[in-house]
Design a binder for this molecule. Sequence first.
Ligand SMILES: [Zn+2]
Ligand SMILES: [Zn+2]
Ligand SMILES: [Zn+2]
Ligand SMILES: [Zn+2]
Length: 442
Amino acid sequence: IPNTTNKPLQMRTGIITPCRRLILCAENRKEMEDWMAALKSVQNRENFESTQYSMDHFSGMHNWYACSHARPTYCNVCREALSGVTSHGLSCEVCKFKAHKRCAVRATNNCKWTTLASIGKDIIEDEDGISMPHQWLEGNLPVSAKCTVCDKTCGSVLRLQDWRCLWCKAMVHTTCKEQLSSKCPLGQCKVSVIPPTALNSIDSDGFWKATCPPSCTSPLLVFVNSKSGDNQGVKFLRRFKQLLNPAQVFDLMNGGPHLGLRLFQKFDTFRILVCGGDGSVGWVLSEIDVLMLHKQCQLGVLPLGTGNDLARVLGWGSACDDDAQLPQILEKLERASTKMLDRWSIMVYETKFPRQHSTSTVTEDCSDDSEQILTYEDSVAAHLSKILTSDQHSVVISSAKVLCETVKDFVARVGKAYERNTESSEESEAMAKKVKRPHLMH
Ligand SMILES: [Zn+2]
Ligand SMILES: [Zn+2]
Ligand SMILES: [Zn+2]
Ligand SMILES: [Zn+2]
């Protein structure tokens, strides 16, 4: 698109992505062509636009990362052991599904459920309405796992054996599974968890809409700044997705707070946990204001990284670095009391006042200065060349003297000019102060 602004040298190009329209500006054609080439080269890569992100949340695809395991671990696809003594392979960061790198492509998209649709045919429908079944994952149980039904040890280090529910964390023998109630009680964090059965519709503008079931008395929306505190943010993100519905956990660095707040806005009340520094908290609070949700939500802070003044003031401590503590932290959060907090924006208007000097004086001053500087330059140049070229001692000495005096004079003049400047800027500052009025806005 040819340039349409009044800046004649600027090139502009419109770029349309699935979610937004951007205008790209460049100084010249060459630069614009470089940009176009760069954009073309990444065109086919996976993009992380916010709506794409929400699709990821609901796709059922596993979120692989490569890792080693301290004990024998088995592939959930081919059932063989993962390779090497360290059982190296891929693990899903949400459901802990294990796979060989070569097997990952064949894994079914059965990651931890997020929506009613993702549960599929397993949904339990009876006189109480719709309920959630357990979501079982086979094998790789922790050491000393006990069967919920018969209370005997279950799992095995020799093969993929026995089951664990991703929600209530119950573990059972294959033979005992039938005896367990088919409805999942959602476990330790059930007050905070939004069961997938509660996510079943999309509102008119395309955002997921959650409806609150009776079990979930105080749903929790989690925002994690994945860039906070070294790698802490990433670890916390992972742990929260394991403990809660992955759809209620959002990475602030990947789409911001908007999506999550839109998802929860139909709830009468809900809680928000922000894991990050003061900046992250401020970001979420601002978005709450934009969506006008401040009456229906309460916000807690899990401080990560540095810059956690707010968390310290509110008694959450200055930094949390242990992701193993998360279940306890969630319980603590369920019992926490709330404090009202006022937020203010301070806007300062500053008006520049003309200097006290009349315009003509200023101009005179300036031209005077520049003329004087020219004579200094000439004098310095002349005497320096004399010093360098002359073979007469007397000439060298007298030139050096003049040079010293010129420099002294010049320095004195610079000092005076500086004083004059500070005086006038003090004057204008004093004037500006008189007219500064802070505007306080809620
Ligand atoms: Zn395999
Ligand atoms: Zn998974
Ligand atoms: Zn369960
Ligand atoms: Zn059993």
